[in-house]
Design a protein. Structure first.
Length: 585
């Protein structure tokens, strides 16, 4: 259902329903329950801790303010713990926000102020976060290292779809034709909507629709209690939807080279239900592989929420104070990551090219601090350990290879971006007078280290989107060896531009749509003297209101096609909420 051109979209398309946690330093909320406010609700003002760092960060070097050598997202006012006083840049009239902070509302409009940038609860409550870790036991299969198998019948096992989304998956939309005609009036040079899918039913309070995996043949999407797969070209079902007995509560954000992922779902619907049921899925065929149950650990080491990540063939399952690694292909246990040196508890993991662990050490004492380790994914042994100076918390990992960390300091009301070398020693701190605004998900109860879109790094450069206060924003490239700006490029339209990834020579970025103009996919040369944005796709204006209605989204550009899907279902069944759209020429 589209809106008139002069009105913003109402609800639908992933519009959140309930208000976010209040107070930047307040108690964390359950991310499975937390949802952004409805569009008509005015936003809460930015809370303490969302502004610029007031002091340089933990690894500041002489002449370079900031946590690893430069100020984070704003000008420092006092020297950091390891550096002499440095000259500042002057304080901005309004403090810039850290990634995920509430977006101020547009004047006079009712557009959801939290669109794409749900608030992140960090601050004094960080020490109390229940994050990741876990021990897994196979519930079927017998003996030794034999591969467990997933049961495909019964109340407690995933199965082929017992219910289907509103859209049966014919490649267009709801039925054999495209009733909304999203390509009507398509202009010369615009891409077209190749196909779109409507969302499955969800509770009135909303539901999660995490991640989106793309293979050479299919795009696969989790939504509430189901996982769907569609042919990349025409949207026809690639395999039958998989249904789970309870809602999906965690997924591996990346797939393996063999197109394998793991999905976690709840044990029940009571207040005591745990996010402790695991199911491996082959994305190529939709085949259910091994399944397992995550056991609670010691006191305070629970599975109320778990985080999943994958590095190579290693699946990392996290509880709040420990983690267990498994072979993602067989379910065989590899190793445990538990408390070490007497007082360090692993509280978060990030996977991908490398496996990174974040631990909370000496909590409650004057020596309380975080530590970062790179772990060998095969053995679990630490390749290096980097203590984070007291007062600083690791809130996000913008990249694991190279390691780029987003840090917060509650006492100093400061934030910063710090980078490490391959041996874990400090490399640099990013310093800038700009405010940056990657789109970050709801990481209130768990440290979702990899939950940000728009922060991209290659071997030597970090790319960040500035906050768009009025008009177009910019993407800024920073030298990771010095933390200093290399170049910047303005969005080619009067809208926000978000980096997606690099391909070795170019940065691929997404320019968000307006109500009347479709989004764009652009390419920016990462070397040489010219860094203008070259348009790869211009999405059709006829679908702009739907495209702009994805308030929390997963986006990707693969093989000339652009995919956008919601990561939060509104639960508003009176409107035809979109699950995803695919664009191409």
């Amino acid at each position: 259902m589209t809106q008139p051109p002069d009105q913003p979209p109402q609800g639908g398309f992933g519009a959140p329903q309930s208000p976010p946690p209040q107070g930047g330093f307040g108690a964390p909320q359950d991310p499975q329950q937390a949802t952004p406010p409805p569009p008509a609700q005015p936003p809460a003002p930015p809370q303490p801790g969302y502004g610029p760092p007031q002091q340089p960060g933990p690894y500041a070097q002489p002449q370079q303010p900031g946590p690893y050598a430069q100020p984070g997202y704003g000008p420092p006012q006092q020297p950091g713990p390891y550096a002499p006083p440095q000259p500042g840049y002057g304080c901005p009239q309004q403090p810039p926000r850290f990634p995920g902070a509430p977006t101020p509302p547009p004047g006079g409009g009712s557009k959801n102020p939290f669109k794409g940038r749900p608030a992140v609860a960090v601050g004094a409550a960080v020490a109390a976060l229940l994050v990741i870790g876990g021990t897994v036991y196979a519930v079927s299969g017998s003996g030794g290292d034999k591969k467990p198998t997933a049961e495909k019948s019964g109340q407690a096992t995933p199965s082929a779809a017992a219910s289907t989304p509103v859209d049966p998956g014919d490649g267009t939309g709801d039925g054999a034709e495209d009733p909304e005609n999203l390509n009507e009036g398509r202009k010369a040079g615009e891409s077209k909507v190749l196909w779109y899918k409507e969302a499955p039913d969800a509770p009135g309070s909303g539901a999660d629709a995490p991640s989106m995996w793309i293979t050479d043949k299919a795009v696969v999407k989790a939504a509430y209690k189901q996982v769907f797969a569609y042919d990349v070209g025409d949207g026809d079902p690639a395999w039958e939807p998989i249904s789970f007995p309870q809602k999906i509560c965690a997924v591996t954000p990346h797939k393996t080279a063999d197109d394998e992922v793991v999905v976690a779902y709840m044990s029940g619907i009571s207040e005591n239900a745990k996010c402790n049921r695991l199911q491996q899925i082959d994305l190529g065929t939709g085949t259910l592989g091994w399944k397992a149950q995550v056991a609670d650990g010691a006191l305070f080491d629970s599975t109320l929420s778990v985080d999943l990540s994958v590095t190579g063939k290693t699946l990392m399952v996290g509880r709040s104070q420990s983690g267990t690694a498994y072979d993602i292909g067989t379910g065989k246990k590899l190793w445990d990551k538990r408390e070490y040196t007497g007082a360090c508890f692993p509280t978060a993991f990030a996977g991908g090219a490398k496996l990174i662990s974040v631990a909370s050490c000496a909590a409650g004492s004057s020596k309380a601090h975080d530590e970062v380790q790179e772990l060998d994914p095969t053995t679990g042994k630490a390749k290096w350990t980097r203590p984070i100076p007291t007062g600083w918390k690791v809130a996000r990992a913008f990249s694991v290879d190279p390691v780029v960390l987003y840090l917060t300091n509650d006492d100093k009301k400061a934030v910063a971006i710090s980078t490490l070398k391959n041996d874990g020693t400090p490399r640099s701190d990013v310093h800038s007078k700009d405010s940056f605004a990657p789109e970050c998900g709801w990481a209130a109860l768990s440290r979702d280290l990899q939950g940000c879109t728009g922060a991209v790094a290659d071997a030597n450069t970090l790319y960040l989107p500035t906050e768009a206060k009025s008009g177009p924003n910019e993407v800024v490239a920073f030298n990771l060896d010095t933390g200093k700006e290399k170049w910047r490029v303005k969005s080619p339209a009067d809208r926000t531009m978000l980096p997606l990834r690099t391909d070795g020579t170019h940065l691929i970025a997404y320019v968000e749509p307006s109500y009347s103009a479709g989004g764009q996919v652009v390419s920016i040369a990462t070397s040489g003297g010219s860094h203008t944005a070259t348009r790869l796709l211009q999405n059709p204006s006829g679908a702009a209101q739907i495209e702009s209605g994805f308030y929390a989204k997963a986006i990707d550009y693969v093989d000339g096609r652009f995919y956008i899907s919601t990561t939060r279902l509104s639960g508003n069944n009176q409107s035809k909420e979109k699950l995803m759209l695919a664009y191409g020429k």
